[in-house]
Design a protein around this ligand. Sequence first.
Ligand SMILES: Cc1cc2nc3c(=O)[nH]c(=O)nc-3n(C[C@H](O)[C@H](O)[C@H](O)COP(=O)(O)O)c2cc1C
Ligand code: SF4
Ligand code: SF4
Length: 263
Amino acid sequence: MKTSLYFFSGTGNSLIVAKKLSEKLRGELIPIAKLWQKDNITSQAENVGIVFPLYFWGLPALVYDFLEMIDLSSASYIFAMIVSGHGRTGAALSQLNQLLLKKSKRLDAGFPIEMPSNYIVMHDLPPKDVEIEALRNSDERVAIIAKKILNRKRRKLKKETLAFIGNLGNKMFRERVNFTDKNFYADDNCDSCAICEKVCPVNNIKIIDGKPRWHHQCQQCLACLHFCPQQAIQYGKDTLGRRRYHHPEISWKSMINQKEALK
Ligand SMILES: Cc1cc2nc3c(=O)[nH]c(=O)nc-3n(C[C@H](O)[C@H](O)[C@H](O)COP(=O)(O)O)c2cc1C
Ligand code: SF4
Ligand code: SF4
């Protein structure tokens, strides 16, 4: 039985989860960033998984658009891993289920997984010991979830408290997200290395006159900001002086594979 795992990631948490899960499931790993603007996307797999970070209580805009587009006729078991800063799902499970119902499918199982929160636009990173603990626990959690998926366990979707409000907040976020990049700038520490341009999953950055310029297709994944080796990228004043983060096993080169070919 063929298993395909579609994933999206900004700072590597969802990428490492998807990688480790695909090894255990012997599944094919497919980056959503490579597919989302294609007109016809058809999955050939019976088991289909979707792995992504929680953004404002719900789906990243790109994941939402991708799920509206993909033909999942072949799928008989659909599961999701929601990678978030607090191990909650917000309104993501009900959003996924709604999208799948439109295709006469449903979400058979949805698993939250806690990873360090990267959203330094609103708050500092968690303390280092909390970060290390979350990373340590995640491997075990992936192993437990993989066993459930291999047994094609179906889980009654838990009612998400305040899903209605979460859904509304997430919808507002998705509608505005492309233009939020007007808050990004590179400060004087920028040395024109162009890693931000390369790492952006949606090619939203071009280096012009030695500095990054953002072109209003942003997903707010924060890859550019967190992977900049000089910590030169800021989001307004909110990120000044805040520690940066990316998953310790994921380099900017691994992130590039998300939009090129995965190694
Ligand atoms: C735009 C944005 C919104 C986020 N919203 C939430 C949220 O609502 N709840 C939460 O727990 N974490 C939130 N986070 C944190 C991420 O879900 C979390 O750090 C995740 O592990 C990042 O995965 P990645 O490394 O694959 O990008 C948000 C992060 C970003 C960039
Ligand atoms: S990654 Fe940082 S240092 Fe490199 S070009 Fe972009 S902003 Fe400048
Ligand atoms: S510009 Fe930065 S935050 Fe926006 S999608 Fe690209 S890497 Fe992510």
